[in-house]
Design a protein. Structure first.
Length: 254
């Protein structure tokens, strides 16, 4: 990460190699937030694709992954859709020495919990994400989820959190349910359908969007899908970082 272009000082263009500590300071959750704070971290190509051939890796970069790791290092919980877990091959979050002191000072565990959103619970609970996590993995679902799958998850040691009256999860209830467990610094990594649900429900506080200097064409999903808002919601630019043509932007809800 070589350049910081903060909106408070648009003339700041001097190249600078950022340490993980400086990145963590730049992406710190707001002090004194009233209740939980949900941020999203997504990557998009110049022509709006959130994926290429079903995965985000092709439009990402080493620095994007470094930012990805920093955002995880600050979060209490990472909220992710079941399809993204399957496509991206999710594993448990790991403890990182670079963030150990910061997490301890904030009263956090050694790594963020992974909270998987799934209506069907069509997940392989023998995978390391569920069977070998450093911090227990949660599954968020609705009251109408298949009882046999709930039993299978609980048998595997997974905590199932009911956050909806129907088969699926209600986004605002998911955020509240995690906050009730002391998980207030929330990070969602999508996928697009889940992010679209958070946007439509009006519970997304911040978007960390990497703009990748790539073009993909095709019909890949945008970073958020699903129902459209009646009126577009405005977000304010908080900061921009640049490295090798990638823009690392951060927007907050007005």
């Amino acid at each position: 990460m070589r350049r910081l272009l903060p909106v408070t000082d648009p003339t700041a263009t001097e190249d600078h190699e950022w340490s993980l500590d400086e990145l963590a300071d730049a992406y710190a959750y707001p002090d004194g937030a009233d209740g939980p704070w949900l941020r999203a971290n997504m990557v998009s190509s110049l022509d709006g694709a959130a994926q290429h051939e079903g995965r985000s890796q092709a439009i990402s970069s080493d620095t994007d992954m470094r930012t990805f790791g920093t955002l995880r290092g600050l979060a209490d919980a990472v909220v992710v859709g079941a399809e993204t877990v399957r496509l991206e091959g999710y594993r448990p979050a790991r403890a990182r020495e670079a963030f150990a002191a910061r997490r301890a000072a904030a009263g956090q565990g050694p790594a963020p919990a992974i909270a998987v959103v799934s209506a069907s619970l069509g997940l392989d609970f023998s995978l390391p994400l569920f069977a070998e996590p450093l911090v227990p993995t949660l599954v968020l679902t609705g009251a109408g989820a298949p009882p046999d799958r709930i039993r299978e998850a609980e048998k595997a040691g997974v905590e199932v959190v009911i956050a909806g009256d129907g088969p699926g999860v209600e986004p605002d209830r998911a955020v509240r349910a995690l906050a009730e467990r002391g998980l207030t610094r929330l990070l969602t990594e999508g996928g697009p359908r889940l992010l679209g649900q958070f946007v439509a429900a009006g519970v997304l506080d911040e978007l960390c969007l990497t703009l990748s200097p790539t073009l993909t064409a095709g019909d890949a999903q945008r970073i958020a899908g699903g129902p459209a808002l009646a009126v577009p919601e405005r977000f304010a630019l908080a900061s921009v970082l640049e490295e090798a043509g990638f823009l690392f932007t951060r927007y907050r809800r007005i």
